[in-house]
Design a protein around this ligand. Structure first.
Ligand code: FES
Length: 341
């Protein structure tokens, strides 16, 4: 039980830190405004209608290069700013093809800047355009080349535009970055920030469950009969006469203690405070008292750990581990009664 207490204490410290991080990050995630986090607050509201394509000189899909359809999931014919295009959704991303000549369309830097500026309605001017390749930390749900268009607003907004389709991939800002940091702490995925099933969180969750179970076990063993004495409050409570002998004091002292009560606590209630660091927790081994050898109760596992065998054989026990059972004499450590007489 002593070993279990020690392990419980140190594991509790470790898990306690993580629990604090879970609570703090959970609180932050719930406090952040989802509209600001998603960037939708500063996004242009657009409506999509159905366009009629009148151009009859378009290539049929089977007339396009077969390579364009590698891993294709769907093909659709659309109007894009007055130009007829095929949108081919593939496993590795989406590509746009000019429906008149079969050429693959790319979004260049100035197109990307235009799309981002039309979308962003916040207070901030265009700053720069960078190119990159998804997925990375801020574009982890996308694939392929992108343009990152940066703005000077107070939230440091960046809008990611797909280099192949010209679509907006992500809107990122400082709200999202704060959200993402606490999300990382919450799910304990310190590299990708998205794997909720990682081994680290599973191991910590299992240890937390063990901590709860061991806590219940320790709680169960921490109860003494005297803790339930209030249930018998109307019953007759019999008392025991305890004679206390302190080598530093000539006359023994007598106290009456309730039978079944904890010896350490009952003495303390009479202002007889035995030495202790753990307050009766069975950890420090300081609250030793000596019974007559013939009256000494059996030593429990805590006493086997904390009291040398030679002293146990002389009748020394831990007062916090025993109940008052009847009239008896106890030898105390020298000077224990000095401050009580
Ligand atoms: S008070 Fe610490 S072991 Fe008894």
């Amino acid at each position: 039980m002593v070993f279990l207490k020690k392990v419980h204490k140190w594991v509790g410290l470790l898990i306690g830190i993580q629990l604090l991080l879970w609570l703090l990050s959970g609180l932050m995630l719930s406090l952040l405004n989802p509209e600001k986090v998603s960037g939708a607050q500063w996004a242009q509201q657009t409506t999509h209608g159905i366009a009629t394509i009148l151009d009859t000189n378009l290539l049929e899909p089977h007339e396009l290069s077969a390579d364009l359809f590698d891993g294709a999931l769907s093909v659709s014919l659309e109007d894009r700013r007055g130009q007829s295009i095929y949108r081919i959704r593939r496993l590795d991303g989406t590509i746009l093809v000019n429906a008149s000549n079969g050429e693959t369309l790319k979004t260049n830097e100035s197109d990307a800047r235009l799309v981002a500026q039309q979308d962003f309605t916040g207070n901030g001017a265009f700053v720069s355009v960078e190119s990159g390749f998804a997925p990375d930390l801020e574009t982890r749900n996308s694939r392929g080349d992108y343009w990152r268009v940066n703005f000077s607003d107070s939230s440091s907004t960046s809008i990611y535009i797909s280099a192949s389709t010209g679509e907006i991939l992500e809107r990122r800002n400082s709200y999202w970055r704060v959200f993402d940091f606490f999300w990382m702490l919450h799910i304990m995925d310190y590299s990708g920030h998205e794997d909720f099933n990682n081994w680290l969180i599973i191991i910590i969750a299992l240890i937390a469950i063990w901590l709860g179970l061991s806590g219940f076990t320790l709680l169960f063993y921490s109860f003494n009969r005297h803790d339930f004495y209030f249930l018998n409050i109307l019953g007759k409570q019999s008392m025991a006469r305890i004679t206390l002998i302190d080598p530093q004091i000539a006359a023994p002292q007598q106290v009456k203690l309730r039978k079944g009560s904890n010896l350490f606590l009952s003495l303390a209630s009479h202002d007889i405070n035995l030495p202790s660091i753990c307050g009766g927790g069975g950890e420090c081994g300081k609250c030793r008292v000596q019974f007559e050898v013939s009256e000494a109760p059996e030593a429990n596992s805590i006493e086997l750990d904390l009291i040398p065998r030679r002293l146990r054989e002389q009748g020394w026990r831990l007062a916090c581990q025993h109940e008052v059972s009847g009239n008896t004499s106890l030898h105390l450590r020298k000077g224990t009664l000095v401050h009580t007489v």
